[in-house]
Design a protein around this ligand. Structure first.
Ligand code: ATP
Ligand code: MG
Length: 543
């Protein structure tokens, strides 16, 4: 990861070489109004890796300038998620800790004749801004005297005005081709309680004013952000310059990361949670870091995926396949390989003695003996997958069990089916088979080739388990409303069996269920009610 170059690192290297900076300081500035998603991972990785590579550091700064929407739950979860992803901020700051300094800097602007209190309504301000083709109209309050503005701004702070009655605006250029420069609002009034400062303040700085100051106060050298802030950069520079901040940060934009069939808007994700379409922010279908963790994605896989998408100056949409491939790559060398039956079909091996049990000692991963081994039981009563049996072998490509066909059971014996039992509805509920004791695994038997190899779980030692399978969170085309695109069939449940070795599995333990896929233990899983989430199917099944 460290060795990949990108346009941000190029700038940083130039700044170090020219002596403009001796230490690189970046920040990750989330607004604590939701849980982090994989798009944020792109920003986190970019912020942390860009500084780390040059021996610098990164701050976590909560951009909490919006009291109506923010909450301490999010404050806590954001730091946990950053740590889970593998990063440790040097400092944890709150934008709200700088409210006093921001206020002082606003007074600097007023004194320079660069800010004024405007009593126009929000609608008037919006209308008078004009549009890209028409210059804006100056507010009738634009030419208030410095003394009057100082007094009015102080009155705003003292709570003498109602919400919406007036704002503080920058005096820049109402005819600027950049709409952000047409006297943007710097402060608004809100009597909402703030999660950090309570009721101390009733004026709150707007993002475009607050953000550059936060960066400058912390001595951030490179303020990395997503592309939508590109048009705001002139204002960013204006604020830092005109408030006379001693340290000048540089804003650099990068493209946002999107993933197909996924939406990374906190607003939409919150709506899914609030309307109970999903079971929470950590629903395994959610593109949140919590959701991905619960599903079983690892931080390494997420980091590798994000890095593999490349950092670019344009927004990009990655395929879900790419994400799944990164997850598989990471799991294939770490996950223990075990047997689980998703849709069980009973098999009775009628020439195997009742009450006899034997055990096979099997490594969890043939290539990684250090992952250990366990004993797999075998008896007269086993389960196989419903999909691994048909009455009559349809063609020579079919390599599973059928009547009068012989298959190898992984790590055990060859069995041959000779009859089936039906229920009242005519469905097959049991297969009768025989085994050949000469074919025992490890015996070197090679006189016959079986019709494929399938997995099984011994009945009396197996554990019942619930398996959750997930599909895309949204489907349909982009012209549709997001809520209508929610995929109602995105969660599918099966009830089956797993081998005994899984009975003590802990939440988030990950396994490869042979011939099925990778699964992670859900955090609601218990010994007498095991629950597994499918992380990702195997790329190529043996079927
Ligand atoms: P959302 O649009 O999901 O609400 P946001 O941009 O409002 O996200 P913030 O809390 O403001 O969320 O984000 C913190 C940082 O993460 C910002 O610098 C933002 O640019 C970055 N970020 C958010 N989403 C993405 C994304 N999909 N790709 C890259 N960076 C992102
Ligand atoms: Mg935002």
């Amino acid at each position: 990861m460290e060795n990949t170059s990108n346009f941000i690192k190029t700038i940083i290297e130039q700044d170090l070489e020219s002596g403009k900076h001796h230490e690189i300081i970046t920040r990750f500035p989330p607004e604590p109004n939701g849980f982090l998603h994989i798009g944020h991972a792109r920003a986190i990785i970019t912020d942390f890796e860009s500084a780390k590579q040059y021996g610098g550091y990164t701050n976590l700064r909560y951009d909490d300038t919006n009291p109506e929407k923010e909450d301490d739950i999010y404050v806590k979860s954001i730091l946990e998620d950053i740590r889970w992803l593998g990063y440790e901020p040097k400092n944890v700051y709150f934008a709200s800790d700088y409210f006093e300094e921001m206020y002082e800097r606003a007074i600097v602007l007023i004194k320079k004749g660069l800010a004024y209190v405007d009593h126009s309504s929000a609608e008037e301000i919006a209308k008078d801004r004009g549009n890209v083709n028409t210059p804006g109209v100056e507010s009738k309050y634009r030419h208030r005297s410095i003394e009057e503005n100082l007094k009015l701004f102080e009155d705003m702070r003292l709570g003498k005005f109602k919400e919406g009655e007036c704002v503080l605006r920058a005096k820049i250029d109402m005819a600027s081709p950049n709409m952000n420069m047409r006297d943007p609002v710097l402060y608004r009034i809100s009597f909402a309680e703030h999660h950090n400062t309570g009721t101390k303040w009733c004026i709150y700085p707007m993002y475009d004013y607050a953000h550059p100051l936060e960066d400058a106060i912390e001595g951030i050298t490179h303020s990395l952000c997503s592309l939508e802030f590109e048009d705001h950069r002139p204002l960013y520079d204006w604020v830092v310059r005109e408030t006379e901040m001693p340290k000048i940060p540089r804003q650099i934009e990068f493209g946002r990361l999107n993933i197909e069939n996924t939406v990374m808007s906190k607003r939409f994700l919150r709506q899914l949670v609030e309307e109970n379409k999903v079971i929470g922010w950590d629903d395994p279908r959610m593109p949140t870091l919590r959701g991905m963790r619960r599903r079983g994605y690892t931080p390494e896989a997420i980091r590798n995926f994000v890095v593999s998408t490349g950092l670019s100056k344009v927004n990009s949409t990655a395929s879900f396949d790419m994400l799944e491939a990164a997850v598989r790559d990471d799991l294939q060398d770490h996950a223990k390989r075990v047997m689980a039956i998703i849709k069980p079909l009973k098999v009775t091996i009628t020439n195997y003695p009742e009450n006899k049990i034997e055990y096979f000692d099997v490594l969890y991963h043939q290539d990684y003996p250090e992952l250990g081994s366990r004993k797999i039981p075998f008896s007269r009563h086993i389960y196989i997958e419903q999909d691994d049996f048909v009455l009559n072998k349809p063609n020579n490509k079919y390599k599973r069990l059928a009547l009068n066909e012989e298959v190898r059971l992984f790590h055990a014996y060859f069995i041959k089916a000779y009859d089936v039992i039906y229920d009242d509805r005519g469905d097959i509920i049991e297969v009768l088979a025989t085994y050949d004791e000469n074919t025992k695994s490890g015996s070197g038997f090679n006189e016959r080739k079986p019709n494929g190899t399938i997995h099984y779980v011994e009945k009396t030692h197996g554990y019942h388990a619930t398996f959750n399978f997930f599909g895309p969170l949204i489907i349909g085309d982009e012209s549709m409303d997001l809520m209508d695109r929610f995929n109602k069939d995105s969660w599918h449940v099966e009830h089956g069996m797993v081998e005994e070795a899984l009975k003590n599995a802990h939440a988030l333990d990950k396994f490869q269920f042979m011939r099925n896929g990778y699964f992670s233990v859900d955090h609601d899983s218990k010994k007498d009610h095991l629950v597994f989430n499918e992380i990702v199917p195997l790329k190529s099944s043996y079927k």
